[in-house]
Design a protein around this ligand. Structure first.
Ligand code: PA5
Ligand code: NI
Length: 183
């Protein structure tokens, strides 16, 4: 058994929980304005992840559970967001549920068609097969979500690192807007 703080959307401290984080310095070439990213404090935490993986990674037929907290902030006009990934096994799906904050789940299929779903406390999202996913925080507080995914899904970061998504969540005249990328 594990315990959650459901209000915050965090797993309570437990030796079985894997904790990781990504800083501005680790997100090279992820945001549109690389110069603006380099000008920020490289140690600023963009997001923190907790994962409860009760079976070995790659096991067929089980699920993993995790939480993600994306800090409030921007790189130039682009909201702080996760790296984003496809699943290594492309037909593996996932659920995200928002516990706190406001933002967007940005989704992209293998033809680079990109769309978004608004995230708000209580929003529940199904990530279909072969769809890359990332989360951007456009609110005034940390954006927190829980996630559940198959234990053999794996994470493929490479395609996103090389080609990005087909659109980005930018602040345009102070409003979050999904802006198509040129490439
Ligand atoms: O499994 C998931 O999709 C999430 O737990 C993500 O891994 C988490 O939100 C962090 O994003 P990323 O893996 O793209 O860095
Ligand atoms: Ni995923």
């Amino acid at each position: 058994m594990m315990k959650m703080d459901w209000k915050k959307g965090l797993l309570l401290p437990d030796a079985r929980v894997r904790e990781s984080m990504k800083t501005i310095g680790q997100l090279e070439n992820i945001f549109l304005n690389e110069e603006a990213r380099r000008a920020l404090d490289q140690n600023t935490v963009v997001y923190r992840v907790q994962a409860w993986c009760p079976v070995p990674d790659g096991t067929e037929g089980a699920q993993f559970w995790g939480t993600t907290e994306i800090a409030q902030g921007q790189v130039d006009s682009e909201y702080f967001m996760t790296h984003g990934h496809f699943h290594l096994k492309r037909n593996r799906t996932e659920y995200y549920g928002t516990t706190e904050g406001e933002g967007a789940l940005i989704l992209m299929d293998e033809t680079r068609r990109t769309w978004m779903e608004p995230m708000f406390p209580g929003s529940l999202h199904f990530i279909p097969p072969s769809v890359a996913h990332r989360v951007a925080n456009s609110g005034k507080v940390p954006l927190r979500l829980v996630a559940c995914w198959p234990s053999d899904a794996g994470h493929d970061y490479d395609a996103v690192r090389r080609f990005g998504f087909g659109a980005r969540l930018l602040s345009v005249h102070g409003k979050p807007s999904l802006v198509r990328s040129e490439t």
